[in-house]
Design a protein around this ligand. Structure first.
Ligand code: ARG
Length: 458
């Protein structure tokens, strides 16, 4: 059986290996629904412009409705011989409605067709992802609210730095995912433009109405240059870059969850439904979901590099290289979508152990900065205060005690400015409550931030 789509030009059929090598139907058939949507809009415009008859358009509609049904029911037969989703659907349409089906491709090429399909598909994917980011943020806001007062050590260089509230820590991720949602919404603006009408590369001789098709399909505008329209994949790269950032944030969070759940740290537990055991060690409960998410970040980052590399050497306009955009793109969408869905759910399955957090915050002289600030408020220049407290910490390290364990007299040995009121600033509660400004870790600031973001999410 020889290849049908362009056979007259060819004296022999392609080999089976080449057929398999060049075919995309087994992965691009996920574009079937948007392919049909695009074709119907194109056909409507052709009829409106008198390029095909109203009767042909009606036949195309009838055929496409049936094809849709066959695909939904899993009864559509995808043929490798027909290379890709576009030719498979068109061929079936012609089987069903004859010449009207053969007229559908008037004034169109698979080059502008596939670019349109991907944009329609991506628009839907981005909308889903923005919705999922919102769900994740709202789950994290609830967690932050429950722990607006819970104190844990904040770290820099993985060394105890200053006490912070757990709610504040969680809100840091809420900020990151908020920026991610903004980036997705921004990428959507450039996704949502119509390439159709560019035809193969130069436009078409038929009196088409591109703006009409754009409006039917809900695009904000048409791509303004036909060469660019068929060869541009910037929008896919931008999406992958935004996706890589989302996964990078997920991965940083995962790393913290894994550390926090380690028995050596013991800050949190994650609900059993997100963990698995070991086939050999009966005691194990492993944080598989965050570990896997950290791992999958590598693959999403890789897809971004794949697409950038795919595009860097392509002359204008369309080249078959572009068919390679789909698998990385689809896998990015799938990985990101699943990950966000699981994380929104898992955020509600995190139980916090405030005693363990508190115990850790009491080690490592987390309130040393507070003592220095105290001395500054009594009139000492900051650099001198820093030095005085460093001596105090040094003494505590030698003795194996905390700053608050030193007596008033002992503290006064480091600076005569120390008074009775010093012990308030050495407490964890005093330390966090004192950082009371926009963006600070004080519990009331955490509550204000939560209210602010909730209001934005409305
Ligand atoms: N399957 C192709 C792709 O994904 C469709 C466009 C093919 N165009 C062509 N002239 N061979 O890019």
């Amino acid at each position: 059986k020889k290849s049908e789509a362009w056979s007259a030009r060819f004296s022999e059929p392609v080999s089976d290996l080449v057929k398999r090598y060049t075919a995309s139907v087994f992965f691009d058939n996920r574009l079937a629904q948007v392919d049909i949507q695009g074709s119907l809009a194109h056909a409507e415009m052709l009829a409106h412009q008198g390029i095909i008859s109203a009767a042909d358009y009606a036949e195309i509609q009838r055929g496409m409705a049936q094809i849709k049904g066959e695909i939904d029911a899993g009864k559509f037969e995808w043929l490798l011989d027909l290379e890709d989703v576009h030719l498979n659907v068109e061929k079936r349409l012609t089987e069903l409605v004859g010449d009207a089906g053969k007229r559908l491709h008037t004034g169109r090429s698979r080059n502008d067709q596939v670019a349109t399909d991907i944009r329609l598909y991506m628009r839907g994917a981005v909308d889903d992802i923005i919705g999922l980011l919102r769900e994740l943020r709202s789950a994290l806001l609830d967690l932050a609210e429950q722990h607006a007062d819970t104190i844990l050590p904040g770290f820099t260089h993985m060394q105890v730095a200053q006490p912070i509230t757990f709610g504040h820590h969680v809100l840091a991720y809420v900020e990151m995912f908020g920026r991610d949602a903004e980036r997705m919404a921004d990428a959507r603006k450039r996704i949502n433009r119509l390439p159709l009408g560019a035809a193969a590369l130069a436009g078409t001789t038929f009196p088409i109405d591109r703006l009409r098709v754009a409006e039917t399909l809900g695009f904000d505008d048409v791509c303004r240059n036909s060469l660019d329209a068929v060869s541009d994949r910037d929008f896919a790269i931008e999406f992958c870059a935004s996706a890589a950032l989302v996964m990078t944030h997920i991965s940083r969070m995962s790393e913290e969850l894994v550390i926090w759940m380690s028995p050596r740290v013991g800050f949190i537990d994650i609900a059993d439904r997100f963990c698995t055991g070991s086939s050999i060690m009966p005691q194990k409960k492993n944080p598989d979901v965050p570990e896997l998410a950290r791992g999958k970040t590598g693959r999403v980052n890789g897809h971004l590099i794949s697409l950038l590399t795919l595009m860097k050497g392509q002359p204008l306009a369309y080249n078959k290289d572009n068919q390679e955009d789909k698998e990385p793109l689809f896998d990015t969408v799938d990985t990101l979508t699943d990950t966000l869905r699981i994380f929104a759910d898992m955020a509600r399955g995190i139980s916090v152990k405030p005693e363990a957090m508190r115990a850790a915050a009491l080690q490592g002289y987390a309130t040393a900065t507070d003592l220095a600030d105290y001395l500054v408020k009594k009139g000492l220049p900051f650099r001198d205060a820093h030095e005085a407290v460093a001596h105090a910490v040094r003494t505590c390290v030698d003795r194996g005690c905390d700053l608050a364990d030193l007596s008033l007299d002992e503290l006064r040995a480091f600076s005569s400015l120390v008074g009775e009121d010093v012990f308030e600033v050495l407490t964890l509660e005093g330390s966090v409550a004192a950082r009371d400004h926009i963006g600070g870790t004080a519990p009331n600031q955490v509550r204000a931030a939560i209210a602010h973001i909730r209001n934005e999410l409305k």
